[in-house]
Design a binder for this molecule. Structure first.
Ligand code: SF4
Ligand code: SF4
Length: 338
């Protein structure tokens, strides 16, 4: 294992700006949010908890032109993204998005390009958010997959692990910035991971969330129950729970004339909105809000595990934090356990 101090990390990120759009997490009004790293910019925070914005927004943009005059493959004319400080829950999101958008024949070219050419420098969580419950969906609060380089914060720097060929090449090409990891600091990482994991587990257990392998079963058991009417009572159908979610990926396509050309755009959509499933003839298979709420939970905890063996939720807790109706996903799951 290797060690990098904060000054050398600043240099590493500065050097990456030539090839990537480097996004860093910064403290913003009591939370953490992403923005572009500028020249000689060292104002960023590694560690802490996940950002308020999901990382999908750099790969699957909220609104994007995908075709012009019936010609597809409008690839983004910009450098690929380098995301710094990505957390395990967002990396889990890629497992779902990759399933949806990566395919030889029908894949999304802009998403696939950003995933292939981008760089992920992830980081361990060093705190637990009020709404976090990653351990309940079998995710540890430190990155274990989908990263190129991972940073585990310790005194005066970071323990570095590599997770891909790209990450190993990057470290090799800038050897002078790294040194061997001191044994006591490697031990400190193990201690931090164990502390944070037990805090998340305690918080999830206190909420009464079913353990991961029961989630599919509890959704099936309550599919026809009145619980869905109860839990959707305070929903105002804003769609925030979908747009803020790192695993939600639904979109709609629309055409717009601009500069004499016909442009096709792709835009995030939300399965909580009434029109989402409406089809020709004004038929709507989910015309009641409780049906849409049930569908959202069914997709995440039943459908996705069935087709991908991955739970469609990373336990990031963003939907709970964003919901104006104060609907807490942990409380809904706990109700289903009864
Ligand atoms: S964020 Fe809350 S209020 Fe908005 S659609 Fe989702 S559940 Fe409903
Ligand atoms: S459903 Fe909620 S807790 Fe689960 S990944 Fe999406 S935003 Fe995070």
């Amino acid at each position: 294992m290797l060690f990098i101090n904060r000054g050398n990390l600043d240099q590493l990120l500065e050097s990456l700006r030539g090839d990537y759009r480097v996004y860093v997490p910064r403290s913003m009004g009591g939370s953490t949010g992403y923005s572009l790293l500028g020249e000689s910019d060292t104002d960023y925070v590694i560690g802490s908890i996940r950002s308020f914005d999901p990382l999908k927004s750099f790969y699957f943009l909220s609104r994007e032109k995908v075709a012009e005059d019936f010609k597809p493959d409008i690839l983004r004319d910009e450098k690929p993204p380098c995301i710094v400080g990505a957390k395990a829950c967002d990396l889990k999101g890629f497992r779902i998005l990759d399933f949806v958008f990566i395919d030889d024949e029908f894949g999304d070219p802009t998403y696939m390009k950003a995933r292939k050419d981008g760089l992920i420098i992830s980081a361990d969580c060093t705190d637990v958010g009020e709404t976090c419950f990653c351990t309940a969906v079998d995710i540890n609060p430190w990155p274990e997959f989908e990263f190129d380089i991972n940073l585990s914060p310790v005194d005066e720097g970071f323990i570095v692990t590599t997770g891909s060929e790209k990450g190993r090449d990057l470290v090799e090409s800038r050897k002078n910035l790294f040194s061997d990891a001191p044994e006591d600091q490697v031990e400190a990482v193990k201690q931090n991971r164990s502390n944070i994991k037990s805090r998340v587990m305690t918080s999830a257990q206190e909420k009464g969330i079913p353990v991961a392998d029961r989630l599919k079963w509890v959704i099936k058991k309550h599919y026809e129950s009145d619980i869905w009417k109860d839990v959707s009572e305070d929903c105002v159908e804003c769609g925030a729970c979908n747009t803020i979610c790192p695993t939600c990926h639904c979109f709609l396509l629309y055409d717009q004339k601009s500069d004499g050309k016909l442009a096709r755009y792709r835009m995030w959509d939300s399965c909580m909105i009434n029109d989402f499933a409406r089809v020709a003839g004004n038929e709507n298979p989910r015309d009641r809000l409780w049906m849409r709420m049930r569908n959202r939970f069914d997709k995440k905890f039943n459908y996705f595990p069935e087709v991908t063996e991955e739970i469609g939720c990373s336990g990031c807790g963003r939907c709970t934090a964003a919901c104006p109706g104060k609907i807490d996903i942990r409380e809904v799951l706990a109700k289903l356990e009864v």
